[in-house]
Design a protein around this ligand. Sequence first.
Ligand SMILES: *Cc1c(COP(=O)(O)O)cnc(C)c1O
Length: 396
Amino acid sequence: MMLAPNVYDAEPIPEAARAEIDRMFASGDLFRYTCAGDSPVALLEREFADLLGAKYALAVASCSAALFLSLKALDLPRGARVLIPAFTFAAVPSAVVHADCVPVLVEVGDNYRIDMADFEAKLDGVEAILISHMRGQTSDMDTIIALAEAHGLPVIEDAAHSLGTRWHGRNIGTIGKIGCFSFQSYKLLNAGEGGILITDDADLIARAVIMSGAYEHNWKKHPVLQDRFANWQNKLPLYNTRMGNLSAAIIRPQLAEIPRRVRDGRRNHDHVAAQLNASPWLTVPDALEPELRAPDSIQFSLVDFSDEETVAFQDAAALRGIKVQVFGMSEDNARAFWNWQFLGKVPRLAKTRAMLSRACDTRLPARLTVADCDQIAAALVEAADEVKAEMLAYGT
Ligand SMILES: *Cc1c(COP(=O)(O)O)cnc(C)c1O
């Protein structure tokens, strides 16, 4: 058997990071607020905001911290209800809980995107909307923004896994009031850990900067509208979830890699999707019309598979060296909403549950070659054929 392509290793960090890291080793200057001039974190914030087309950015410890600070910066009352999709990572409802708010889960359809009828039905009594673009899948942002505006609700975008995705040509993360991104190792930019939030709202950024841990007059090192900061002096708690200079130095030289990673990730995804869609047993839902994707993994659903066949498919793919996660079938999966027991009772959400029980996830990093992708696609198609042929042979 041919060795399966390695889908786990990260790409090397660009060599350009080394000189800056050596400089920091010599100086010990790792805290963003001790530099005399612009720190690497401040430079990353400016570069990232410019790249995305936002006015302001704040780099923090993780995307989860960015989501938490976004909710805090909106100054929602304790117990405020926040709409989130029921298909997301457990860290998203957790950020809502951490911000003393209550998540309201919305159904997600077979195409992995928010069910707009359920979204609209649940808007009453909600005070904010947090759209999680899970695995970079974009829901109908036109309708979401129109409904949010009609109800006077702020939209936060969890764009942790959507860097490089566009909607009508606009960068995902710039469509809502605040966009949050991750630099955790599985995302497009890898610093091990890290996150950033972007916004055009001066008051929101001022509040988020202070709460991220810009204590005393450290906010003076953020070159944005300074009068907004003075308004909030000593009035906000400090949650100290800053980014350090080492992380910023690792991220900054990767910014130039984004176009290549987006282009190759999309090529790999679309190449595999075409082969999976040619199988009667596998389906990759189409992106919505305004959406231009930047994937580094592929999601597909099993067609007419029982639970038993779904497990058999996972095993048959594993025998071919391809690890497939079925979100709703693996024990304790952090993306299956019924495992979010910290929320107390969760609603039934039959649509999302049905989708998760057949939705498969396979890593497809941008550095793979087209030949690697052919091998992965062939293994998945063969695994499905094998399971269905066996089941037909046994008459089950
Ligand atoms: C990775 C991820 C997160 C969490 O990001 P961290 O930086 O690890 O906190 C949140 N939402 C989505 C959609 C993600 O993919």
